[in-house]
Ligand binder design. Sequence first.
Ligand SMILES: *Cc1c(COP(=O)(O)O)cnc(C)c1O
Length: 509
Amino acid sequence: MSARVSLISLAAVTAALGYLVYQKKKKPAVPVYTSTRGYAGKDGKGLDFESTVLMGLGMDGGLMVPSFFPQVSAKTLESWYGMDFQSIAFEVMSLYIPSDQVSAEELRSIISRSYGTFRHDDITPIVKSGPEGTGPVILELFHGPTFAFKDVALQFLGNLFEHFVSKEGENITILGATSGDTGSSAIYGLRGKKGVEVFILFPEGRVSPIQERQMTTVPDENIHCIAVEGTFDDAQAIVKACFNDEKFRHQVQLGAVNSINWARILAQIVYYFYSYIRVVPKGSDKKISFSVPTGNFGDILAGYYAKRMGLPTDQLIVATNENDILHRFFSKGEYFRAPKVTETVSPSMDICISSNFERFLYHMCDEDATVLAALMKDFESTGKLSASGEYLKKCQNEMLSARLSKQEILGTIKDNYAKHHYLLDPHSAIGVGAAEKLRQEGKLTSSAMVCLACAHWGKFTDAVSEAVGSIRNQFPDELERLKSMKTRKQVMPATVDSVKQYLLAKLSR
Ligand SMILES: *Cc1c(COP(=O)(O)O)cnc(C)c1O
């Protein structure tokens, strides 16, 4: 009798457990999103993934952050060994994307199409440089269509946008200003996408010839390149004015793809997990460290988020050029806006302030939106923000920093070419040089160090030639071909009206 009772109850327990597992499988909890300054949607409960991606910047000017970080256990991480990049991307992204907004099948298809445009089978290969692999370990992020790391996120974002736009049966107009890389990556991410029209502004005669050609040779009809007769700041001011015009914004369904978009950060989390699996042997308790060339703080933030998700991460290095607001923060606690950007040999990192840094500051004040909002309000009015004591220490515990001058950048390119036969572009050299600098200062631990390479040297041949003299490597065919392709752009005065009229005329076709 008692044996039968326990058998029955065992069956009941098994059934209950089975049901729980089933429930968990059916509906995994994904985060919702609130702004770093407190906006949590109309009902105050946070926004879902789709609304967050389509919104970009929070309604209160803050940045959207997830309500929690899904955890990847050691056991789960172990089960990812042997997977390719696309499968790891699926595993990481599914933790954030609800299946009723993007089904598993659709997500796999989006990932497969997004990374089908890459020239390397590994998508973001890990290269152990040097004849015997004794040089720096490099994560090459530049095998996408525009030869720069922004493709990793923007190829994904383009397909995700198309999916949402077709699901809602709407059209969207993407408007952005660029001084180089972002524009071409956005164009390649969005070319030919149904329901999406793209207008990219750049300053006439002020972007490098190769960057301009990457944008203006794209023949798809939904792509419009506008060269404004002014500076990058003029172009950016026009874009801002269009977004601030509520009526116009609504009329053309304006959207943005800038580096604060949550989906871009999410796509970048993937390669931190991927690196770990390729660099740290299975079953080892070794941790991993990353050195990240940093401008708007999107890339390294993704590394910090991977760590928060449970990736065994040791050190994160913020590597900057002479636009060193972040290095000043991490070394001295001073976050002061410089009066203007300094032009360097690494133009994609030439910034005055880092647009994603607010997310990090938010996490460092224990995710208290009230404290953060006050901090940012102060920063916006004075251009200054100081951190000291415990708060600064907390930030410094999460990240180290180093700054490289032009001479140091060129020196790093030269040394690595001579010693390790590896040709770095100036941005990638900043990551490698920063790790080397901190090693010499005795600040690195013994964990595995991976340096992120953000662009192909072929995009920055002037600086690279200056560093190494003659280049023996083969120049990429794809970049060579650009030189003879047909180009298309509309030159116009740097005024808000001329840009608005052009948009309206094109959209009413
Ligand atoms: C955008 C960019 C960076 C900086 O990345 P952030 O996410 O803005 O910090 C570095 N290198 C290259 C080549 C880039 O295009």
